[in-house]
Design a protein around this ligand. Structure first.
Ligand SMILES: Nc1ncnc2c1ncn2[C@@H]1O[C@H](COP(=O)(O)OP(=O)(O)O)[C@@H](O)[C@H]1O
Ligand SMILES: Cc1ncc(COP(=O)(O)OP(=O)(O)O)c(N)n1
Length: 265
């Protein structure tokens, strides 16, 4: 018997190179046995060497995609990634409220690893104002947490202080990714408003980390779609990304993608 079909929607940008964005999200959903659906906010011309072009879709085109999925396919969880502009953020926030989506994972994508901007600078305030209060889970990396809280983050204590600030800004669960921290040990933290939880792992010495943030947040989304708790979801996401970085595919001549086939439940 097939059993229940769990469904997740990603609202994000397309990465033609297949390692990040919509493509990473859908591959991760699929590997975790969740049916993936998408609303594309922007098309990027991108590969392992960087971002060669960014082409935002119209707000109307994104609204239509979200409506098409919502009225017929009722996702169990929703993830947002590259939203690019203030108008797009306002639209997505409006749709989340309209469809009363609760299991919403907001990955506050700002800059690709190569330095290309994926969010306009003037849209940061809209992200703070409209998306944070709707986020069941927010998954900033350290530089994104710095921008959102307007504070410098160097120590673990400062990461925790920033997580508290983000919680005060309306986020239910803050999951701060530790990839940009110092040293050989990576620490991802979760703050639930009362306590901190830590996931530690060895930093794998590789240049093939393109799409780690999207993949990690997508794994959390897939687990939430299946009804798992946030603690269980982060646990699986951490194990998913660890093996995906350990067993990279070694493709492309720059920063290659992670391996979305590596993890098995
Ligand atoms: N070199 C690495 N080895 C193992 N895990 C990594 C490595 N780089 C990043 N990760 C993990 O990938 C996830 C995303 O991390 P991070 O790099 O902080 O996000 P982003 O890709 O959004 O910048 C986190 O769980 C982090 O611990
Ligand atoms: C279309 C698109 N969306 C998001 C990103 C950023 O993805 P991330 O997982 O943070 O990976 P890096 O770009 O940092 O390697 C992207 N690149 N493209």
């Amino acid at each position: 018997m097939r059993g229940m079909v769990y469904k997740a929607l990603t609202i994000a940008g397309s990465d033609s190179g297949g390692g990040a964005g919509i493509q990473a999200d859908l591959k991760t959903f699929h590997q975790l046995r969740v049916f993936g659906m998408s609303a594309i906010t922007a098309v990027t011309a991108q590969n392992t060497l960087g971002v060669q072009g960014v082409y935002p879709l119209s707000v109307e085109a994104v609204e239509r995609q979200i409506d098409s999925v919502a009225v017929d396919l009722s996702p169990h969880a929703v993830k947002t990634g590259m939203l690019f502009s203030q108008e797009m953020i306002e639209l997505v926030a409006h749709k989340i409220k309209q469809y009363k989506w609760m299991s919403v994972v907001v990955d506050p994508v700002m800059i690709a690893k190569g330095g290309a901007p994926l969010l306009k600078q003037e849209a940061v305030e809209a992200l703070q104002r409209h998306m944070l209060p709707l986020a069941y889970v927010l998954t900033p990396n350290i530089p994104e947490a710095e921008v959102l809280t307007n504070m410098r983050i160097e120590t673990l204590e400062q990461r925790k202080e920033a997580a508290k600030k983000l919680h005060d800004m309306g986020v239910r669960y803050v999951v701060m990714k530790g990839g940009h921290g110092e040293g050989n040990e990576l620490v991802d933290i979760l703050y639930d408003g009362e306590q901190f939880y830590e996931w530690k792992s060895k930093r794998i010495d590789t240049k093939h980390t393109h799409g780690t943030g999207c993949t990690f947040a997508a794994a959390i989304t897939a687990q939430l779609a299946k009804g798992k708790t946030i603690y269980e979801a982060v646990d699986v996401a951490k194990r998913f990304i660890q093996v995906a970085v350990e067993q990279t595919l070694q493709i492309g001549s720059g920063h290659g993608p992670t391996n979305h086939w590596a993890f098995h439940e």
